[in-house]
Design a protein around this ligand. Structure first.
Ligand SMILES: NCCCNCCCCCS
Ligand SMILES: [Zn+2]
Length: 664
């Protein structure tokens, strides 16, 4: 199934008609440069073009009041003076004779996207729209927004398509207060937003944008605010918020549909956000959400005011929706103290609502709340003077690297008598192994003929990944442990700089090296408390790998952050016989691990594990991993054990931190 792209140049046909410093950044070119970038890069041709439509009154009234709609309806016939007058009742927004038409198209685009995804016409999609929506409220326009496109889409998905649980992820750098107000008492819509906050000093300067607004009544726990109290947040801060706050809760929530308030003012170079995350981060944020809801994801454009980073970020998002391998994120840093403080605060208020966060640390001892500026409205955000604006240094960043494009094939290396799932390209082992390797096979490594055959198959797979001739692959081998050993000791390090070895199930993996050329993470039911240094990490699940909650907790809170920090050139995922891991969990694991190493994932399974070949091949071929069923509450000791492990490891691995360093 494909990726929908919704765009119409009609939505570029309104603009600011008078002088207003607060609104001058919201220009028609935002939309045109985004679409033109998709055309120039050939991405738009690979999408399914879905036309927008006007949202009907009834659809707009799903969120907005009649009096508000009636008011907006009058704007097309207003004089310039009337438009200015009408605009004065709202903040940081402007009206134009054509903006009502465009606002109906923007909302209708989001609805077209929901229809296309919920009916299965496409798997996912993006709507390039303006005016944006997430600030608009039931009876008020705000922050360049007229109708709340995503809020209307969420209500519509429930009403028309019977969606039970909708996740809204708002990665725009502003707090979508309009969305929060709409769903704060609604447990069927989980709203997650991060936003520049600076202790309430940043627009829209709301007390209720802080981390302690968790929702009301039956909606308590279903509103998540991650305030950024400093500018300059980077990729590591954003990924930490996903791994340690959003994803654990999202997996427990188990949504039928994911809507993204896709604002790109959270990218580097944006005058509003003043953050430092690079456009390729949106490839990863999108990917991490695509394993939810069976891949049903609708991204709707919100903000984004630096035309260069906006266009790059839109392309990164759409290319990921299309299923292309992700770019590697170069040298991730550690999340900064301010970000860790925010994560610690929000995890401490959410743990009472979400068992998966049950073991989150207490709030920081420093009273973050006291730093909220006691704001008189007048004090608000000081209007920036011209020279202040000029003085803010121009940010520069590298153009995102070219990503692998189709055909990115998935290969299989199988014993001659094993059936090859359709779609996989069956590899015959390469003849020429070069004298050096050839000799070593005979003597040390492979032993019997079977061993040699295995070695040849694996060598071929890895060699073809290294040259990007294949994207990922799966090998059925007679002895998984031996094959892992063979790859790690004799293949991986020669061919690849860093190998992330993920072993599911018990098996003695006693070859962790200290040189960091490989990182071995083993998830099993075996209790291996002894630590073998930084590069061998045994994760023990008390109830074994069949315990999906414990497993997903380990994957999201430990394996993913480790993987991002390690940044491997190859991921070797092996499933030991008798591991007990469920097929859905196994597919989710593959889906998530594909985000590393430009998608070079090599799966090793035991020859008699053929039953799992189908589900494995399906995810390797790019089909969405089926959603995990509703997660049961985790056993306390599982969470505890993982929490203890995280504390132990975070000295070596900064991405595992979820709180300010102790003693602060
Ligand atoms: N310095 C200009 C202040 C603009 N404040 C409103 C921003 C709305 C963003 C919508 S994504
Ligand atoms: Zn914004």
């Amino acid at each position: 199934m494909g990726t929908a792209l919704i765009y119409d140049e009609e939505m570029t046909k309104y603009k600011l008609l008078w002088v207003d410093p607060a609104c001058k950044i919201e220009v028609p070119e935002r939309l045109s440069v985004s679409y033109e970038a998709l055309v120039r890069t050939g991405l738009s041709d690979r999408c399914v073009a879905v036309p927008p439509r006007e949202a009907s009154d009834a659809e707009i009234l799903l969120v907005h009041s009649e009096e508000y709609l009636e008011g907006v309806k009058k704007t097309p016939h207003m004089t310039l003076e009337d438009l200015k007058e009408f605009t004065l009742q709202y903040g940081d927004v402007y009206f134009h004779p054509n903006i009502y038409h465009c606002a109906k198209l923007a909302a209708g685009s989001a609805l077209q996207l929901v229809d296309s995804v919920m009916t299965g016409t496409v798997r996912n999609g993006m709507a390039l729209v303006r005016p944006p929506g997430h600030h608009s409220m039931r009876s008020a326009a705000s922050g360049f927004c007229v109708f709340n496109n995503v809020a209307i889409a969420a209500r519509y998905a429930k009403q028309k398509h019977g969606a039970k649980r909708v996740l809204i992820v708002d990665w725009d750098i502003h707090h979508g207060q309009g969305v929060q107000y709409c769903f704060e008492d609604d447990p069927s819509v989980l709203y997650f937003s991060w936003h520049r906050y600076e202790h309430q000093k940043f627009w829209p300067n709301l007390r209720e944008s802080d981390y302690d607004s968790v929702g009301k009544g039956s909606g308590a726990g279903f509103n998540i605010n991650v305030p950024w109290n400093k500018v300059g947040m980077e990729n590591s801060d954003y990924l930490s918020a996903f791994c340690h706050v959003l994803l654990p809760v999202a997996y427990e929530f188990c949504p039928d549909l994911v809507l993204v308030c896709a604002g790109f003012d959270s990218a580097i170079g944006d005058p509003e956000g003043e953050m430092c995350a690079t456009p390729d981060i949106f490839a990863h944020l999108t990917h991490l959400l695509m394993n939810l809801a069976g891949g049903k994801l609708c991204a709707v454009l919100e903000g984004g005011y630096n035309l260069t980073s906006l266009a790059q970020s839109v392309c990164q998002t759409v290319q990921t929706l299309l299923g292309d391998p992700l770019p590697r994120l170069a040298n991730l840093g550690s999340p900064c103290e301010s970000a860790l403080e925010s994560l610690q605060c929000v995890r401490s208020v959410l743990r009472r609502y979400w068992p998966i966060l049950k073991h989150a640390a207490d709030p920081p001892t420093t009273d973050v709340g006291s730093r909220r500026i006691k704001l008189a409205k007048a004090e608000g955000e000081k209007a920036e003077t011209a020279e202040e604006e000029r003085s803010r240094e121009e940010k520069v960043w590298p153009e995102p690297a070219e990503r692998l494009r189709p055909p990115v094939c998935s290969a299989s290396a199988l014993p001659d008598d094993a059936a090859c799932p359709d779609g996989l390209k069956r590899l015959t082992s390469s003849k020429d192994l070069g004298p050096l390797l050839g000799r070593r096979i005979k003597t040390e490594v492979a032993g019997d003929a079977d061993g040699v055959a295995t070695f040849l198959r694996l060598y071929t797979l890895i060699e073809k990944m290294r040259t990007n001739e294949i994207g990922n692959g799966v090998a059925l081998v007679p002895d998984v442990a031996a094959a892992v050993k063979c790859v790690v000791q004799d293949l991986g390090s020669d061919l690849v700089n860093r190998v992330l070895v993920v072993c599911v199930g018990k098996e003695e993996l006693n070859y962790a090296t200290a040189d960091g050329k490989m990182l071995v993470v083993q998830i099993s039911g075996e209790d291996k408390e002894e630590q073998k240094g930084k590069y061998y990490i045994p994760m023990c699940l008390k109830k074994g790998c069949g315990d999906t909650v414990g497993f997903i907790q380990a994957v999201l809170g430990l394996l993913l952050p480790l993987g991002y920090e390690y940044d491997p050139g190859l991921v070797l995922l092996s499933r030991m016989p008798g591991s007990g891991v469920g097929d859905c969990m196994w597919q989710q694991l593959i889906g998530l691990l594909k985000g590393f190493a430009k998608g070079h994932t090599l799966v090793l399974m035991q020859t008699n594990d053929e039953a799992c070949m189908g589900p494995t091949a399906s995810v390797l071929l790019g089909h969405p991993a089926p959603p995990l069923q509703e997660l049961l509450t985790p056993l306390p000791d599982d969470g505890d054990a993982l929490e203890r492990m995280r504390e132990r490891l975070q000295a070596d691995w900064k991405m595992l931190q979820t709180a300010v360093s102790s003693g602060n």
